[in-house]
Design a protein around this ligand. Structure first.
Ligand code: UGA
Length: 449
């Protein structure tokens, strides 16, 4: 199948590349010439495990190409995926101007049938606007287009894995033709007929459910899923605060809860809260769209409030230990909004650093992948080349992102490098008894002293 993917961010690049890997011919288009130049030069604009090898392989096989020319990308496409950004406006609403621009281009430059697929996260009812826009701006008029919603559930850091091993593939469609096209497109995944880039032999699991709905329900599934997961995180963070007050251990509580199959163990990790470009903005957008339609989604406003409170709590904990933050040197391990990515958008680590700097603290930070992006965003920061260099001369070391390598550090060396051996584990990731035995003062989130 010939596919055009508009937008080469995390979603577009992974989707386009993985669709090429299962045999489709994909042209990825982006208005950002630098990004396209980088990709055409064989370099990656983002870090995402397994993606680079897939991009190289599929370019070599002639199934994947990159261009800034929409006309070229759209020329032979049967399916056009919209994967452009939908950043938040100041009031939390999603900015859909990039989506509209793509839709107008599709409308004005297509003379044969196109299935236009929303992949970007958009508020419910966007599909209706997309259809209307296609009709207004298309010289061919009615009947030339179908519109579908095919939300993505890819997690940064494991996006390639998730593409090949989804729990479900949701398609919101208005016509049997659109449904058939999307079923055909995902056939290799549904039937497990692909050579997996992640495993030499994939662990056996049931095939994903191919869920067909109307467009609006599919749009809602995406926002509702992300908001629900965010709610789980804030819930366990609220429980963590209670644990601290009564002397219980949130790690034990979340394990006990997660063993109930109805609750599930995932997204019950307490800590500095959620960040990234999805949860915070999707939550806000969902609250706004509900509000616009006359429903006050107050439970989600509380989820947001609890999440914002995590940074305040972290500051309190540091102040409790260090008393005055002005002039203190604090090391931060982990800057990306989660491990296995270089993405720092809405990263709790960066928010905490900004707050610490406002209090007059000096920051020494380390991250295996996100150092450069952090340096671009936060000017007055010392970026260390190793966790050990980050720890030098510090009065506290904060673990803000749980990169696996932080578990096996030479803690004796770290302790010797620090002025005051205080570890604040913002992700409850480290072995508290090992650290205490090694002479550290240790503080986590919702764990007993
Ligand atoms: C999220 C969803 O998980 C994906 O299904 C969805 O496709 C994606 O958003 C999107 O809308 O594009 P992502 O933002 O990449 O994926 O990362 P998650 O793994 O969901 O983590 C989000 C944040 O929650 C991170 O900051 C993470 O540290 C935090 N988190 C996660 C917790 O604080 N506790 C947990 O138990 C789990």
């Amino acid at each position: 199948m010939n596919i055009c993917v508009t937008g080469t961010g995390y979603v577009g690049l992974v989707t386009g590349t993985c669709l090429a890997e299962v045999g489709h011919r994909v042209v990825c288009m982006d208005h950002d010439g630098n990004k396209i130049h980088t990709l055409n030069a064989g370099r990656m604009p983002i870090f995402e495990p397994h993606l680079e090898e897939l991009v190289h392989r599929n370019r070599e096989k002639g199934r994947l190409s990159f261009t800034t020319d929409f006309g070229l990308a759209n020329r032979d496409a049967e399916v056009v995926f919209i994967c452009v950004g939908t950043p938040p406006h100041e009031n939390g609403e999603a900015d859909l101007s990039a989506v509209e621009k793509v839709v107008r281009e599709v409308a004005s430059r297509s003379s044969s049938y196109r299935l236009v697929v929303e992949k970007s996260t958009v508020p419910v009812q966007t599909g209706e606007y997309v259809s209307r826009t296609l009709q207004i701006y298309s010289p061919g008029g009615q009947g030339l287009f179908d519109v579908a919603s095919n939300p993505e559930f890819l997690r940064e850091g494991s996006a390639v894995y998730d593409f090949f091993h989804p729990d479900r593939i949701v398609v919101g469609v208005d016509s049997p033709r659109a449904e058939n096209i999307l079923r055909g497109l995902y056939q290799p995944i549904l039937e497990g007929k692909f050579s997996c880039p992640v495993h030499s032999s994939c662990p056996s699991s049931p095939p994903p459910t191919f869920l067909v709905t109307d467009v609006k329900s599919a749009e809602l599934i995406k926002h509702a899923s992300n908001s629900f997961l965010a709610m789980k995180i804030s819930f366990i963070n609220a429980v963590a605060d209670l644990c601290e007050k009564v002397g219980a251990d949130v790690e034990k509580v979340s394990r006990g809860m997660g063993l109930d199959a109805r609750i599930g163990k995932d997204f019950l990790r307490a800590g500095l809260g959620f960040g990234g470009f999805c949860f915070p903005k999707d939550l806000q957008a969902f609250v706004r769209i509900a509000e616009k339609n006359g429903y006050d989604f107050s439970i989600l406003r509380e989820v947001e409030k609890i999440n914002k409170g995590r940074i305040e709590l972290a500051l309190e904990k540091l102040k409790k230990e260090l008393w005055i933050l002005q002039g203190k040197t604090i090391g931060v391990l982990g800057l990306a909004f989660k491990p296995q990515t270089d993405d720092t958008r809405f990263a709790p680590a960066l928010e905490l650093i900004r707050r610490l700097q406002r209090e007059g603290a000096k920051i020494r930070a380390y991250d295996p992948k996100a150092a450069q992006k952090t340096a671009e965003e936060i000017p007055d920061i010392f970026i260390a080349e190793s966790p050990y260099q980050a720890a030098e001369g510090t009065e506290a070391l904060v673990l803000a992102t749980e990169w696996p390598e932080f578990r096996d550090l030479d803690w004796e060396r770290i302790r010797r490098a620090m002025v005051h051996p205080f570890i604040f584990d913002g992700r409850n990731f480290l072995d508290s008894s090992q650290l205490r035995a090694a002479g550290f003062r240790y503080e986590g989130m919702g764990r007993p002293q």
